[in-house]
Design a protein around this ligand. Structure first.
Ligand code: SIN
Length: 543
């Protein structure tokens, strides 16, 4: 059973604000900074302010900043990567507003790497036909953006109340169904402890990703799909969940490696490194016109295919020819991580394998970040704006968080004019999972719903997820395990239904793309009967 509530809303302490922003990556921080102009903001984050996914982003932020580039070229590459399922209006907003949004990030204090002529140094990544990825600290772009935004938040002084170590549980809704606040579990450190509720006029989910659904991921431990699970419990529409993107190159740490894995940025390939097999052969050449710089679903599939053909557990990224100086200047984080694990990329090819990286789907929104529940917004990886379609173009995610946070901040004043009613009395909480089931969910998803999928495996995943018994007691580990299970069940339902191969959804039993049947979105909702997935065809003009 998928629970409709994690905790009773009337337990514990209460607080009140105007706008609640949940999450402190680029999406959450920009939304909070912008919304403080309109009212009181409470910024809630699960760990410390800088512990979300943003700080781990290596490659950079994509925007048409170069003289030989244009928003139209960026649009074309994004639509190609999304394999027919992008919302063209959302992509247009992203690529046309992106360059100025990046300039505002610079004005706020973000220091991007510069080229010899003083301009912003731009690199390439998979699927981009131009150099349009701005980076910082070589390969520490997310850390620099996070630093600058946190400094701006501190400098802004009042207006944003920050609550760290706080796990959001459920959305409060009034009798009309409008968002009226959240329930929250706060884990001490001078703040009210335990479960309480915060009343607000608007709630913004910026909770990041769901990579922890799988055993090996580039995501931090906090990425447990809390926002998608909360949205489902609140009755919101989620979409495109079958499109989980596997990053082609994470450092291979041996069979059975678990948890967050070291990412080897696509920018390493952008600067000229080659993917090779154990015999040193460049197997992506001839598979795609962009070879190693093909969109990442194609590279991940190329790696998996070559692993199969050669009966090996990993491939190699050969960047020896980049030279020590390039490695030290451009990729200090990756160099340190590889050396920490006993591999020196200056003298040896790096063993690499794909791992879960990014959810292209999420809570369905319009172009202003509004979800299907009035007063509830979603921004960043937790959202499905339609920008990514079936496969996100590399380094579009930081840009999406930035551009759509600004759009949400423009839309929210209308919500502040309305006063939600008292929270309606919901169900009693039930159906919590035991913390140990986190491992079960990860094993099931990795075995049956990972890079390669088929009907039998997905049916097994559905059966085994359904068989997990609800024996959890309220507590952070049980709530997280329950969220992971909810999200995994929704991913499997959508992946089972989509009987074709498209973007990052790879069905071995349906290896072709099928536009005659499947050019549309799978939208999932939770109601009294459980999870239901409906198919919504895209309009003719959509891309
Ligand atoms: C990378 O640096 O390869 C990751 C960039 C991204 O996920 O967009």
């Amino acid at each position: 059973m998928i629970p409709r509530l994690l905790a009773a809303p009337d337990s514990g302490w209460t607080a009140e604000t105007d706008v609640i922003v949940i999450g402190s990556g680029i999406a959450g921080l920009v939304t909070a900074l912008e919304c403080r102009r309109h009212g009181r903001v409470m910024l809630v984050t699960k760990a410390l302010l800088d512990e979300g996914s943003t700080r781990w982003a290596q490659g950079g932020i994509a925007a048409a900043l170069a003289p030989d580039d244009s928003p139209g070229d960026h649009l074309a590459d994004t639509l190609t990567a999304g394999v027919g399922l992008c919302d063209a209006d959302a992509v247009r907003a992203l690529v046309t507003e992106g360059p100025d949004a990046v300039r505002r990030l610079i004005a706020l204090g973000t220091s991007f790497d510069r080229s010899a002529d003083g301009g912003i140094a731009l690199t390439r990544e998979g699927g981009h036909h131009r150099r349009r990825i701005a980076h910082a600290g070589g390969d520490a772009t997310g850390a620099e953006i996070s630093r600058a935004l946190l400094a701006a938040l501190k400098q802004a002084g009042g207006g944003v109340d920050v609550i760290e170590h706080a796990l959001v549980l459920d959305l409060l809704r009034d009798a009309t169904g409008r968002a009226a606040g959240i329930t929250l579990h706060v884990m001490g450190e001078g703040q009210p402890e335990g479960v309480g509720s915060v009343r607000a006029r608007a709630v913004v989910l910026a909770t990041g990703g769901l990579g922890q659904v799988f055993s090996a991921t580039t995501n931090p431990a906090v990425s447990t799909g809390d926002g998608v699970a909360l949205a489902l419990r609140a009755g919101a529409a989620v979409a495109d969940l079958e499109f989980v993107q596997f990053h082609p190159t994470v450092l291979w740490l041996g069979e059975g490696a678990r948890g967050r894995q070291p990412l080897i940025s696509e920018a390493v390939r952008g600067e000229g490194a080659h993917l090779v097999d154990a015999a040193g052969e460049r197997f992506m050449v001839g598979r795609h016109e962009l070879a190693e710089l093909a969109p990442r679903d194609i590279v991940a599939k190329g790696i998996m295919n070559r692993m199969r053909e050669t009966g090996t557990s990993h491939m190699f990224l050969d960047g020896r020819h980049l030279g020590a100086a390039m490695w030290e200047k451009r990729f200090p984080t990756i160099l340190a991580a590889c050396r920490h694990h006993g591999i020196d990329p200056v003298t040896r090819p790096i063993p690499v394998v794909p791992a879960a990286h990014y959810s292209s789907g999420g809570v369905r929104t319009d172009l202003s970040g509004r979800t299907s529940v009035p007063g509830l917004y979603a921004c960043g990886e937790v959202a499905c704006t339609g920008v990514h379609g079936a496969n996100r173009l590399a380094s579009n995610s930081l840009l999406e968080g930035l551009v759509f946070a600004e759009r949400i901040a423009s839309a929210i004043p209308a919500d502040l004019a309305s006063v939600p009613g008292d929270p309606a009395t919901p169900d009693v909480p039930r159906g919590l999972l035991h913390p140990s089931t986190r491992d079960d969910v990860q094993r099931i998803m990795t075995s049956y719903a990972g890079v390669l999928r088929d009907a039998d495996g997905l049916a097994t995943a559905e059966r085994e997820l359904h068989a997990i018994r609800e024996t959890g007691e309220p507590g952070v580990a049980a709530w997280e395990a329950t969220n992971l299970h909810t999200v995994a069940t929704a991913i499997v339902a959508a992946a089972r239904r989509r009987e074709e191969t498209r973007g990052s959804h790879w069905r071995e039993d349906f290896p072709e793309l099928d536009d005659t049947v499947w050019r549309g979105r799978l939208v999932t909702r939770l109601d009294e009967d459980g999870l239901g997935t409906t198919y919504e065809p895209l309009s003719e003009g959509a891309a």
